[in-house]
Design a protein around this ligand. Structure first.
Ligand SMILES: Cc1cc2nc3c(=O)[nH]c(=O)nc-3n(C[C@H](O)[C@H](O)[C@H](O)COP(=O)(O)OP(=O)(O)OC[C@H]3O[C@@H](n4cnc5c(N)ncnc54)[C@H](O)[C@@H]3O)c2cc1C
Length: 429
């Protein structure tokens, strides 16, 4: 089979790109190993709600038209929303089609799947940033008798043994699951490394609203100082809920969750912990206050003082001055360990030399270092909001423009056009 562009993945990022290519009459197909919105269907826990408000799930040509713009979608609503989008834009999705390899050909790529292969001039990799849980090597040293699992395997507290749970990692996933598991009666100990603290609501508005209005989410990849660093920052410690309550380390200790430092190793059945807990918490507080300062400045600059609630600061994170440096994992107190230590993409099926020594795809704002290959949906791909549903639109618009230019140049370079079709010379059959 032949097409001009193959998009791999029918999450919101692949669909946004499909819509932008259709606008440019670029012939394409979207290959999806499961159903549309597969990650939300199969890889999330039961109680998860988006941490971005409804108004913020904007996709090209598709905004929120319900009655609760400030609410947070649960999983069935998120799946329904993305599925509705796929239908609305008539995305040419081939479901239950797993891409098994992408190889370079003389002109373009061969994309092999478990249902045949495609020859294409361009490829958009929109297969997700969170395909695989990142589990630290130390997991191999967990003593027998302790169950371990990752957030991808977690559905609800009832699947865990009765007894204590050690959750490693305190970003969005770890802090949300800590809250839920502790409330189920299983005492949670939370191992805290670097994290990004933000309040749910500030000066009467949602923090995402402020970050959207102040331009924080639009910051570009080519304008930040240390791109590698910002691309690897942990997710915001934030949760979506009906009552909009803040989930942070203070709210967790208030219900009885015990905070310990970053897990540094396991030796003879003892979890060894970094002593940096007070420092990482102080740093997270400092960075949160910097964000709040920026919001306050924006309020002043835009003459909004008096129209929103007054500026204030939140209580610093409460931590023991000398937290424990070890936890005995053989005492029976901890029955389960959850590795909430992040996720990474799985690009193992790409057989084109585009990877750096850490196994990451080399790209410039989503333009991969291989002609006609593009990447979507990765943290800070082109903007701070790139990994959010709300970020896919701008990235897809930029990258589809680049892709169209690439196809046009390619056609000119090749001399006589091989293409047929109605668009600006971009169909390849
Ligand atoms: C726990 C969690 C909570 C999040 N909460 C929010 C939130 O509140 N708000 C927000 O805006 N964002 C949130 N995100 C971030 C973001 O929306 C997701 O990372 C999102 O899934 C990325 O979108 P995507 O379309 O790039 O990838 P995905 O939605 O993961 O889509 C990729 C698709 O590619 C398919 N695929 C993968 N490999 C292959 C293959 N080899 N062949 C064929 N198909 C393949 C997958 O099945 C999948 O359907 C959250 C992420 C996680 C993990």
């Amino acid at each position: 089979m032949r097409t001009t562009t193959v998009i791999i993945g029918a999450g919101h990022a692949g669909l946004a790109m499909s819509r932008c290519l259709a606008e440019r009459s670029i012939d394409h197909v979207v290959l999806e190993r499961g159903e549309v919105a597969n990650s939300w269907r199969t890889e999330r826990w039961d109680s998860l709600r988006l941490l971005t408000p409804n108004w913020q799930s904007r996709l090209p040509g598709f905004g929120y038209d319900g009655e609760d713009p400030d609410g947070f979608r649960d999983m069935p609503e998120t799946i329904a929303f993305i599925t509705r989008y796929a239908k609305a834009i008539r995305a040419p999705v081939e479901t239950h089609t797993t891409v098994t390899s992408v190889k370079a050909m003389d002109e373009g790529y061969r994309v092999s799947t478990d249902r045949g292969s495609w020859e294409t001039k361009a490829v958009v990799i929109a297969s997700g940033a969170c395909n695989t849980p990142s589990v630290p090597r130390v997991a191999d040293l967990v003593p027998a008798g302790i169950d371990t699992l990752t957030p991808m395997e977690y559905r609800n507290p009832e699947q865990l043994a009765e007894g204590g749970v050690l959750i490693v990692g305190a970003s969005a996933t770890g802090s949300q699951i800590a809250d839920e598991v502790h409330r189920s009666g299983r005492p949670v100990t939370l191992s805290v490394g670097e994290h990004v603290r933000v309040p749910r609501v500030y000066r009467g508005r949602d923090i995402e609203w402020w970050m959207d209005r102040c331009g924080v989410l639009d910051e570009r990849y080519d304008e930040v100082d240390n791109l590698d660093r910002v691309r690897s920052l942990p997710s915001l410690q934030l949760a979506g809920s009906e009552d909009r309550h803040t989930v942070d380390l203070n709210s967790l200790t208030a219900i009885g969750v015990k905070l310990i430092g970053r897990l540094a190793g396991i030796q003879q059945g003892t979890a060894q912990l970094s002593g940096s807990l007070p420092n990482v918490c102080a740093l997270a507080d400092l960075k949160m206050n910097r964000l709040l300062d920026r919001i306050d400045e924006w309020v002043l600059e835009n003459g909004l003082e008096g129209t929103v609630e007054p500026a204030h600061r939140f209580e610093p994170t409460r931590v023991e001055a000398s937290p424990p440096l070890g936890v005995d994992l053989t005492s029976g107190e901890i029955r389960t360990i959850m590795w909430a230590t992040g996720f990474r993409p799985d690009h193992s099926w790409i057989e084109v030399p585009v990877f750096d020594r850490k196994g990451r795809i080399r790209h410039d704002g989503g333009v991969v270092e291989a002609p006609g290959m593009y990447l979507m949906g990765i943290p800070f791909l082109r903007r701070r909001k790139s990994s959010l549903i709300d970020g896919a639109g701008d990235d897809a618009r930029d990258l589809s423009a680049h892709l169209a230019g690439y196809l046009a140049r390619n056609r000119t370079a090749a001399g006589a056009p091989r293409e047929v079709g109605t668009g600006p010379g971009v169909s390849w059959r």
